[in-house]
Design a protein. Structure first.
Length: 339
C-alpha cells in the first residue's frame, strides 16, 4: 500500500479524540544521565496521570515488563503489553496512526528506524515496535519508505504538516533523499496537503531538532513556538530565526500562521551538560494537556499560555527535571492513538 490517500486517511491533530495513549517502559540505563533508578517512577507517575483521562497501553518485555507490573499492575486504565523494546521513546519508534475520514483509525504509517541517525545501537527491538503494535490492533500498515521519527511531525489535522528540515533531509537518516522527495513522500503517506519546513534546534537535543521541542499547532492556523530571550543562551539565535520564519508561512488553507511564543528555561543543565528543557514538549490527551515544568520562572507563564489555548482541558504540570535527563520530554515518551 503506497499511502494514506489510497485509504482515504489523514493525520489527525493531537487534540482530536483518542482511543488510547501508548507508552514504553524505560530500561536502557546508558541513554540517561545521572541516577537511572529515579526514572521508572517518573514513567509510572505519567502513566497514572494520563490514565485518569484515557486508556494507557504500556509496552515492555522480560525484566522490564516485570518492573512495570510492580509499579502499575492493577492500576485502572493501564494495560501492560508484552512487546520488546530497546528504549522508551515511543513517540519516535511507534506507529504514526492515521484517522479514517469516516470513522476510527484503521491504518498506521510505519517508518524505518535507525536511532536518530545511528546514535544509539543496538535498536533492533525498537525497529520492530510499530509493526508489532499494528499487528496487535489489527491495523493495516502503510510502509513509510523513509527514516522518520514521530517527534519530527506536527499537524493541525487540517492538511498542514510542520517539520524541521535538519532531522529529515539528513544523510545519516535518508542518504541521497532531496527535500522535494521527502516532501512528496510525507504528503502521500500522511494524507497531507502542505508541508511547512522550518529550522532551529535546542542544545542537548540529540534528535537534531525535532519539531515537538520547537513549534506546535494548538489549532488550525495557530502555532506555539519556543523562544529564548536570554542572549547568553546558545538557543537564542536559532529560536529567534525560527520565530521569524514561522510568521512568514501560510498553511494548507492559505492562512498566515498566528505564532505565539513560549519562553523556555535558559541554560538548563545537569552536571554541567545543557539539556533540551522545553515547555513545548507537552502532550494533549482527552480532556488534559500534560505540560513539562522545570521548577523555574518560565513554568507559570507557559502554563497560562497553554490554558488560554486549550480552555476546555485540564492543564496538568508535570515535573520533567528527571525526564529531561534522557534528552526528551513528555511528548517524546507518549504516542497518541486516535479514535
Amino acid at each position: 500500500m503506497s499511502g494514506a490517500e489510497s485509504m482515504d486517511c489523514r493525520l489527525a491533530a493531537e487534540w482530536e479524540p483518542h482511543a488510547a495513549t501508548w507508552l514504553a517502559w524505560p530500561h536502557r540505563r546508558a541513554t540517561w544521565l545521572g541516577d537511572f533508578s529515579l526514572i521508572p517512577p517518573v514513567f509510572a507517575r505519567l502513566a497514572r496521570l494520563i490514565a485518569r483521562f484515557e486508556p494507557v497501553k504500556l509496552i515492555a518485555s522480560a525484566a522490564a515488563l516485570d518492573e512495570a507490573r510492580r509499579h502499575l499492575g492493577g492500576i485502572a486504565g493501564v494495560e501492560l503489553i508484552d512487546i520488546p523494546t530497546s528504549d522508551a521513546w515511543i513517540r519516535d519508534t511507534g506507529p504514526v496512526f492515521l484517522a479514517s475520514r469516516n470513522g476510527a483509525a484503521t491504518a498506521a504509517v510505519c517508518w524505518t528506524w535507525n536511532a536518530w541517525g545511528g546514535k544509539y545501537p543496538p535498536w533492533d527491538d525498537d525497529a520492530a515496535i510499530a509493526r508489532a503494535i499494528c499487528r496487535r490492533l489489527g491495523m493495516r500498515v502503510i510502509e513509510g519508505g523513509l527514516v522518520v521519527e514521530g517527534g519530527a511531525l506536527e499537524t493541525d489535522g487540517d492538511g498542514t504538516l510542520l517539520v524541521n528540515q535538519r532531522c529529515l533531509v539528513d544523510p545519516a537518516r535518508n542518504p541521497g533523499a532531496s527535500r522535494q522527495h521527502v516532501d512528496e513522500l510525507l504528503r502521500e503517506r500522511l494524507g497531507i496537503d502542505r508541508v511547512l519546513w522550518v529550522g532551529g534546534e535546542l542544545v542537548g537535543d540529540d534528535t537534531d531538532g525535532h519539531i515537538d521541542q520547537l513549534a506546535r499547532f494548538v489549532a488550525p492556523g495557530r502555532v506555539l513556538a519556543a523562544r529564548q530571550s536570554d542572549t547568553g543562551d546558545p538557543n537564542h539565535a536559532s529560536l529567534e530565526a525560527n520565530l521569524k520564519l514561522l510568521r512568514s508561512l501560510e498553511d494548507a488553507k492559505g492562512r498566515r500562521l498566528e505564532v505565539i511564543p513560549i519562553e523556555i528555561p535558559p541554560r538548563f543543565c545537569f552536571e554541567g551538560v545543557q539539556l533540551p528543557a522545553s515547555h513545548m514538549n507537552y502532550y494533549v490527551a482527552n480532556g488534559v494537556v500534560v505540560v513539562p515544568v522545570f521548577g523555574g520562572p518560565t513554568d507559570e507563564p507557559a502554563l497560562r499560555t497553554l490554558e488560554a489555548c486549550f480552555p476546555d482541558r485540564s492543564i496538568e504540570p508535570f515535573d520533567a527535571t528527571e525526564l529531561v535527563r534522557g534528552r526528551g520530554g513528555v511528548h517524546c515518551v507518549t504516542r497518541d492513538q486516535p479514535c
